[in-house]
Ligand binder design. Structure first.
Ligand SMILES: Cc1cc2nc3c(=O)[nH]c(=O)nc-3n(C[C@H](O)[C@H](O)[C@H](O)COP(=O)(O)OP(=O)(O)OC[C@H]3O[C@@H](n4cnc5c(N)ncnc54)[C@H](O)[C@@H]3O)c2cc1C
Length: 380
């Protein structure tokens, strides 16, 4: 009998636990550890902002997320010991495993400074996003600043999606000309994890929507009294500040021997295995160095496919078969641009990834909708 422990019930962890349960005999135990009582579908946050979703529509109770036969442990993990093959929970309980999948994500819920927390709304936090929707209902004129404080961030296209959706929201309300929308990013070009072609299209769409973009911006802090954001390049004023904060790998990973200097866990790009026997890392907790020199972007799409590969390979190992599933590094991405979506395909495992743009269409929007529907249905 094998004991499998999955840490984190987000996109990667919940999919992995569910898929493994279907493949394995009930004599094998699967434990899913999650610190939060509810887990939400983060890709829907931009829709919450403009009232296309309510938080309750895209949130699932953790204890309802399992397939029958998976044990859910709703506690925080505080220590991973790959030598003893154990995980310690906040109450001191130790859980032992034969196979461990670390899928604890990356935390983007804390503002970089206390001033920033007071000044603006965190676009990567569901409570902030819900509160922002109520603010937007009464925001009739002024300057909105969207800002990324540091890189890397998960879903690097989301800030552009937020900007396009805000443009559409104010256009529909008939007050767009009273609102100034500006976007500040440390990226050298818009959506820099892609290529010149995709970046140019993003920029063109921003221009068309009358959204100003300022690249290579390094955030310092906010002057609350004067409603001023300080960048190394100078200061700017805002009326409404929306930000994506610095991302921090969970403490349990940062403190473990599994992580490297980035705080994430380096893995084999094809199998998501770590250097430790029986230990895998997937989704935003993992770090995959790409042939072109940077790391694989952190997205839900990749997290899902990491889970599928890991599920196949753990199941085959338990069944004494040769693991044969490999992660391809390929993606199809959708960026909601109002009533349509920009879509592109790419293979990030190429030395020079080729990005193929698909025509902007409602079909792309359907792709996003289908991914959301799948997650919600799978974990109801
Ligand atoms: C606004 C926004 C829009 C996005 N849009 C898209 C999109 O359009 N397309 C796309 O592909 N991706 C998108 N993403 C990115 C996507 O949501 C993430 O990449 C994905 O959720 C990563 O999955 P994961 O399982 O690695 O981490 P998560 O889904 O974040 O799950 C990690 C889980 O681990 C738990 N955990 C952490 N530490 C512990 C601990 N110590 N003990 C127990 N549990 C722990 C957490 O509570 C969490 O539930 C978006 C993200 C945001 C924020």
């Amino acid at each position: 009998m094998a004991s499998i422990v999955v840490l984190g019930a987000g996109v990667a962890g919940a999919s992995l636990a569910k898929s493994l349960r279907k493949k394995l005999d009930s004599k094998h135990s699967i434990k899913l550890i999650e610190q939060k009582k509810t887990v939400d579908y983060q890709a829907s946050y931009p829709k919450i902002t403009v009232g296309q979703r309510r938080p309750g529509n895209v949130t699932r109770k953790t204890n309802k997320m399992h397939a029958a036969g998976t044990e859910i442990i709703c506690k925080k993990a505080i220590h991973i010991d790959p030598c003893k093959k154990s995980i310690t929970l906040e109450d001191g309980q130790a859980i032992f495993y034969d196979f461990l999948a670390v899928a604890a994500g990356i935390d983007a819920t804390k503002a970089d400074t206390k001033e920033l927390a007071l000044a603006g709304y965190n676009l990567y936090d569901i409570k902030n996003v819900s509160a922002l929707h109520n603010i937007l209902k009464h925001f009739n004129s002024g300057k909105i600043v969207l800002m990324i404080t540091s890189l890397p961030i998960k879903c690097p296209c989301s800030i552009y999606e937020y900007a396009y959706m805000l443009d559409e929201w104010f256009r529909k309300k008939g007050i767009r000309e009273q609102i100034d929308i500006s976007l500040y990013t440390p990226e050298k070009i818009p959506f820099e994890v892609t290529d010149k072609k995709v970046s140019t299209l993003i920029e063109k769409k921003l221009k068309f929507a009358n959204i100003k973009i300022y690249t290579s911006q390094q955030f310092i802090n906010v002057d609350l009294d004067n409603k001023k954001i300080m960048f190394t390049s100078g200061n700017i004023l805002y009326d409404l500040l929306l930000y994506i904060p610095h991302h921090r790998p969970p403490q349990v990973i940062q403190n473990s021997v599994l992580s490297d200097e980035t705080g994430q866990i380096p893995v084999n790009p094809l199998t998501l295995s770590t250097g430790w026997n029986g230990v895998y890392a997937l989704g935003d907790s993992s770090r995959i160095k790409l042939p072109r020199g940077d790391n694989l972007p952190m997205t839900g799409e990749f997290a899902h496919f990491h889970a599928m590969v890991t599920s196949d390979n753990i199941a085959r190992k338990i069944q004494k078969k040769r693991p044969n599933s490999q992660f391809s590094g390929k993606s199809i991405s959708f960026i909601q641009s109002g009533a349509k979506a920009i879509s592109f395909t790419a293979n990030f495992y190429k030395k020079e990834p080729k990005f193929t743009l698909l025509p902007e269409s409602r079909f792309g929007l359907a792709g996003k909708w289908a991914a959301e529907k799948l997650w919600l249905r799978e974990h109801k």
